[in-house]
Design a protein around this ligand. Structure first.
Ligand SMILES: [Zn+2]
Length: 77
C-alpha cells in the first residue's frame, strides 16, 4: 500500500535546495533528514529498494531448507 506522501514528488520538478543526507546505494534516491532508510553491511537502502530486494512473501514450504539457505548466504566469504 502506497502512502500519498510521496505522490507529489514526481508531479513537480525536483528541487535541489534541500540537502540530502544519504543517497540510496541501489537507485540513487536521495534520503533527506528525517526520512527512513536502511543500512545493511554499510550499504544504504531507500525504503523502495528495501522492499524490492528484501521483502518476501511467506509461503508455507520447507522451513528448514529455507533456513539452511540463509546460513549459506552468511558464509559467502
Ligand atoms: Zn533505492
Amino acid at each position: 500500500m502506497l502512502e500519498s506522501l510521496n505522490d507529489n514528488s514526481y508531479l513537480e520538478p525536483p528541487k535541489y535546495s534541500r540537502d540530502y543526507v544519504y543517497r540510496c546505494d541501489i537507485c540513487d534516491e536521495e534520503i533527506f533528514e528525517g526520512d527512513s532508510y536502511y543500512e545493511i553491511d554499510s550499504l544504504i537502502y531507500c525504503p523502495d529498494c528495501m522492499e524490492m530486494h528484501f521483502k518476501l512473501t511467506a509461503v508455507s514450504t520447507d522451513i528448514e531448507g529455507y533456513l539452511s539457505d540463509l546460513e549459506h548466504e552468511d558464509i559467502t566469504e
